[in-house]
Design a protein around this ligand. Sequence first.
Ligand code: NAD
Ligand code: UDP
Length: 315
Amino acid sequence: MKRILITGGAGFIGSHLCERLLKEGNEVICLDNYFTGSKSNIVHLLENPYFELIRHDVTHPYFVEVDEIYNLACPASPVHYQYNSIKTIKTSVMGAINMLGLAKRIKARILQASTSEVYGDPLEHPQPESYWGNVNPIGVRSCYDEGKRCAESLFLNYHRQNNVDIKIVRIFNTYGPRMHPNDGRVVSNFIVQALKGESITIFGDGSQTRSFQYVDDLLEGMIRMMKSKKSFTGPVNLGNPNEFSMIQLANEIIDITGSKSTIKYLPLPEDDPSQRQPDISLAEKELNNWQPVIQLRKGLEKTVTYFDKLLTKEL
Ligand code: NAD
Ligand code: UDP
């Protein structure tokens, strides 16, 4: 049994990770300031004696004895990370410094939840880990993109200078149950709009693409990465290589929900990447042939079921 700290553990991905690591027989400490996460995501775990919940902000140091740290604390939706952009930078950068300092002191292995956003609006397609990216360093998304890029740099520098045992995963658009209904990300927006019979809001002409990964596939990749050989630090891409345009996504969701919603076109936000698709050959090679197994239709159906229950107050 390992003792594992998960920062951002009350969020969408973090809550699934807490659940899965507990199921695998570990002791889990979930740390969160509830900025975008919520107690309702983890309330079902509170009776488990091997689960602990801590209200704490990662921009302040935190001391605890653990074997492993998953550093997920950071708002992930553009609406949320731009709400208080300075705080977003502090969370990524000071959060990384505080957690790396802790990992160094207690000799814990630490995994950073980085993002495909480090590639910005990519000029290379699909994106391999060797691609350095095309990020606007002063644009409205830079608080998130540059914060995460700085965190990656901190991780590698703590590794080179202090021999901290690090792992970096670059997560591509991930969806599933427990996304916040007002999260602002495209999958939750479209599903909630379709279920309520409201117009589906496509930003721009809807030709921009993303590659959507179901949360269970991501967890499998993250856990394999945490268990991988010490010399493999990453960064490694974790995403589903199947790429869809926003129009295709909207039509798929209308089809699954049987909704009468129509499509409404709104202006494209500033610096919105036009395409994104992971090259996952490194993950396949280093993480025991890891590959996503849940395809979009199946994952969307599970997510629609969740939001349907949430909206009809069955959850
Ligand atoms: P989320 O917003 O649901 O979860 C983030 C969690 O971090 C929330 O519970 C929030 O309250 C907490 N948090 C934020 N600031 C904090 C702070 N200062 N101190 C402590 N806790 C804080 O988002 P998510 O989708 O679950 O994302 C989790 C991680 O994965 C993030 O680091 C995100 O950047 C990364 N990621 C997610 C995606 C995706 O598609 N979901 C893609 C790439 C990377
Ligand atoms: N998007 C959209 N309608 C929405 C929300 C988002 O068309 O209601 C678009 C957005 O402009 C982007 C894509 O969907 O091109 C993915 O957006 P999201 O915020 O989910 O993730 P990210 O841009 O960070 O990949």
